[in-house]
Design a protein around this ligand. Structure first.
Ligand code: HEC
Ligand code: HEC
Length: 384
């Protein structure tokens, strides 16, 4: 927990940093007026001066920075542990430090281990050995041996025996949300409320959520009392995604990598009637407990390595948690959304409270109002 706070402080302090290369990339993609899919997306190896590892250099810039988050999280580091001055305007991202050199070797080692032992399947990641520490422990502590069992779960769920089918669980969810007919009539909505960031950071904001069926969604957080923070936006218009994150390394960028599929999933799930179609290869796992509730566990897959696990309350049928992962060569990048306080809006249930957690922060959203089937300006889903 502690290292997260430390990282967030660094990220906030880093808001003065404008990463010029990143900005150039964004400008180039839009200046040509081409749709993102057609434009050639710059790789991290091209955009940055000193990115050379076999698996990271070919990533898009946003996926590369996601991989940096995986490294930092897996070792319990913040960016400054490998990049001197990160979080200040004296940062030097390019220089090689001893930790950075070791990390580069480890990136190649992970690729080799998976290739030579696991047919290229990503079974070993930074987290496999490091588990949030910089020096992996080597010997089992005897208190662990005689203590409570380790309840960490693998990303890929084990299929459970004697469970309801995926279709049954999803049908129960649809019924709990208001029924197929009412949900089919939901074409758009606009919601407002207040956000509370992790330990106060990012908090004190007011937000708007817009969604348009079948696959457009945006979340805009404004900090009226702290205009210096700037607005945060995540927007997806069915094709392209944008993130504006004034305190991040790239203050505003087009999402061009694997995370685009995660944004698509978030947008499609705003309209629950289509949940079954959002992913393929649905599998049902063993029941579990999430936030004190017994849950059925369901997992599906999407394009570009997208993997998503859903946790449905066994009694109410409602969705309690979505844990989705986008692919990265050194370990999956997790995003978790926890839903609660479901309320009825014109016969359809909306979670009035949700928590959005990712490697670099956690935002709590409390909705105050939801208006359904209102016209939404298409510009809300485009570049912020
Ligand atoms: C465990 C060490 C480690 C941590 C922690 C780490 N990085 Fe890196 N970073 C690296 C390595 C290694 C490279 C070079 C990768 C390569 O050669 O493929 C790199 C390269 C970069 C570059 C490219 C610099 C250039 O111009 O060549 C940027 C930008 C960057 N990291 C940002 C970050 C951010 C932001 C964070 C925090 C979220 C972070 N890094 C955390 C090890 C780390
Ligand atoms: C197979 C296990 C394993 C995996 C996988 C692994 N590491 Fe390591 N790593 C180690 C061990 C063991 C050490 C300590 C080596 C030593 O003490 O000489 C270490 C040390 C390090 C250090 C130096 C820490 C220090 O305090 O000096 C860094 C940085 C590092 N690893 C980064 C990574 C990154 C980034 C990844 C994923 C790309 C990764 N490691 C994956 C086993 C692993």
């Amino acid at each position: 927990m502690k290292f997260r706070c430390k990282r967030l402080v660094v990220a906030v302090a880093g808001m003065a940093v404008v990463w010029l290369t990143g900005m150039t990339m964004v400008n180039r993609a839009t200046a040509q007026g081409q749709p993102a899919a057609a434009a050639k997306v710059q790789t991290a190896g091209e955009a940055f001066k000193n990115v050379t590892t076999s698996t990271l250099k070919g990533l898009t810039v946003d996926d590369f920075l996601g991989a940096m988050g995986v490294m930092a999280g897996a070792l319990g580091y913040d960016c400054a542990d490998c990049h001197p001055g990160a979080g200040s305007d004296k940062v030097d991202w390019v220089i090689d430090t001893p930790k950075k050199r070791t990390a580069r070797k480890m990136v190649e080692m992970v690729a080799t281990i998976n290739r030579t032992n696991f047919n290229g399947v990503q079974n070993v990641t930074c987290f496999t050995c490091h588990h949030g520490r910089d020096l992996p422990s080597t010997t089992l502590a005897l208190d662990k041996l005689y203590g409570p069992p380790n309840e960490e779960q693998p990303d890929i769920i084990q299929v459970g025996q004697g469970q309801p089918s995926a279709a049954q669980i999803l049908d129960k969810y649809i019924a709990a949300m208001g029924g197929a007919q009412r949900l089919a009539g939901l074409k758009s909505f606009a919601a407002t409320g207040t956000s509370l960031g992790y330990e106060g950071l990012g908090g004190g904001g007011s937000f708007q959520i817009y969604a348009q069926s079948p696959d457009q969604r945006s979340v805009i957080i404004e900090f009226k009392d702290h205009p210096e923070r700037g607005d945060s936006t995540r927007a997806f218009n069915g094709k392209t995604g944008w993130v504006k994150s004034p305190r991040g390394l790239l203050t505003e960028y087009e999402v061009t990598g694997n995370e685009l599929e995660g944004m698509r999933l978030d947008a499609e799930l705003a309209f629950p009637a289509q949940i079954q179609k959002t992913l393929t290869n649905w599998r049902v796992g063993v029941d579990d407990v999430v936030n004190g509730q017994d849950v059925h566990v369901l997992q599906g897959r999407g394009p570009k390595g997208l993997l998503a696990t859903f946790y449905f309350d066994t009694k109410s049928g409602l969705l309690v948690r979505l844990l989705r992962y986008s692919a990265s060569p050194i370990g999956r990048i997790p995003t978790q959304v926890d839903y609660s306080d479901y309320r009825d809006v014109g016969g359809i249930k909306f979670p009035f409270k949700y928590t959005f957690s990712w490697l670099d922060g956690r935002d709590n959203f409390q909705l105050s109002e939801v208006k359904t089937n209102v016209p939404v300006d298409a510009a809300k889903f485009g570049k912020p």
